[in-house]
Design a protein. Structure first.
Length: 368
């Protein structure tokens, strides 16, 4: 019992540390991605904290298995390096007892992964996508960043605001350039508006307008000297809202119970359902793989087999992504799905574990 608690403690401490480090690495990458979206005006910068907060359960559903895999490799690798595992074996602690203890802990980790993979991660992903979709539907002024140029995806409108109030209602020092088409096969012209101040107004019908005060408008063809210059006291611009995207049939936005009832109705639904089940299922496969791979020679050090173990996981994970796309594109039957990959990795894990315990040469298992 004391040995069991000691081994569980070693793995748990290493697992938490490994998962936190992986989380920080992936969160920093995701932060740069979403920060770029906020800078170019896809959504308001004020949503960045909420988006990143919702990213945590999504990443945990993917990182808990690999974190546990790395924890077994590092924790047991240290025990082999410092010859503690040799002492345990000398006291009668067999590899099968080590497997029993590790699988017991893996069962608890699998339960945690089930909660994230089947419930929390899809829920967070659904809320996150709806949040981003609603932000994209907001008028341009809602996504502006002071001191930054904003341009529409087609490049026909460029907008710059030097100062914006916290409620995005009052603007100072505006610059607006719009590329306009001219009827009659004439070359397009640019309409440039410059003003000192402006504000956003919401009409009773919900329509939003940008009211620009005391500025000038310049219209003309670039390279020509016949620009039209006009001053104005007030210039109204209707702020059109973006288009929202319907997620009713998006499998990633559906809860797991809905996916289960709608299985076999479309390849995308089957692929998403199998993907969610694969994460907790891989806990046991990775556990069986990590046990023999963690056995190192004391001279090799605790990181002696990290590279081959990492390569096996990279191949496993990449093939899971590839197989998921195969299912969605109908290149492989959903009945085969991801199960062939899990079965193949399970056979590999069993072979490695039996080779470690010298199963095939044990006198107990020889034919008489």
């Amino acid at each position: 019992m004391i040995l069991t608690r000691y081994l569980i403690k070693e793995i748990l401490v290493t697992w938490i540390a490994t998962t936190v480090i992986l989380m920080l690495i992936f969160m920093s990458t995701q932060f740069v991605h979403y920060l770029t979206g906020a800078v170019i005006g896809r959504y308001a910068a004020t949503l960045l904290f909420k988006i990143m907060l919702l990213q945590i359960p999504i990443l945990l559903g993917l990182l808990i298995p690999v974190g546990f895999y790395g924890a077994i490799l590092l924790a047991y690798g240290r025990l082999y390096t410092e010859r503690e595992m040799i002492v345990l074996t000398s006291c009668g602690f067999s590899p099968f007892q080590l497997l029993k203890v590790t699988l017991y802990l893996a069962s608890m980790v699998c339960l945690v992964t089930l909660i994230f993979s089947l419930w929390l991660s899809p829920l967070a992903g659904s809320v996150q996508k709806k949040l981003i979709n609603q932000a994209k539907a907001e008028p341009v002024i809602e996504t502006l960043t002071p001191g930054k140029f904003f341009h529409t995806p087609d490049g026909k409108i460029v907008l710059f605001v030097d100062q914006i109030s916290t409620d995005h209602l009052h603007l100072k020092h505006l610059f607006l350039a719009e590329h306009k088409e001219v009827p009659g096969n004439k070359p397009p012209i640019w309409s440039i508006v410059a003003a000192n101040s402006g504000n956003q107004q919401v009409q009773q019908n919900g329509a939003k307008y940008l009211i620009i005060h005391h500025g000038y408008q310049y219209e003309g063809e670039p390279g020509q000297g016949d620009y039209q210059i006009s001053g104005f006291a007030q210039y109204d611009i209707h702020l059109e809202e973006g288009m929202t995207t319907s997620f009713n049939q998006d499998p990633q936005m559906m809860n797991t119970l809905e996916l289960w009832h709608m299985r076999h109705k479309s390849p995308a639904i089957d692929a998403e359902l199998q993907w969610r089940i694969s994460s907790p299922l891989s806990i046991f496969i990775l556990t069986l793989l990590a046990l023999p791979l963690s056995q190192v020679n004391p001279r090799q050090g605790r990181f002696g087999r990290i590279i081959p173990a990492s390569m096996i996981y990279i191949i496993y994970a990449n093939m899971a992504f590839v197989t998921r796309s195969w299912i969605e594109n109908r290149d492989i039957s959903a009945s085969i799905g991801l199960w062939w990959l899990h079965g193949l990795m399970f056979l590999l894990a069993i072979c490695l574990f039996l080779a470690q315990t010298r199963f095939f040469i044990s006198k107990k298992w020889r034919f008489k």
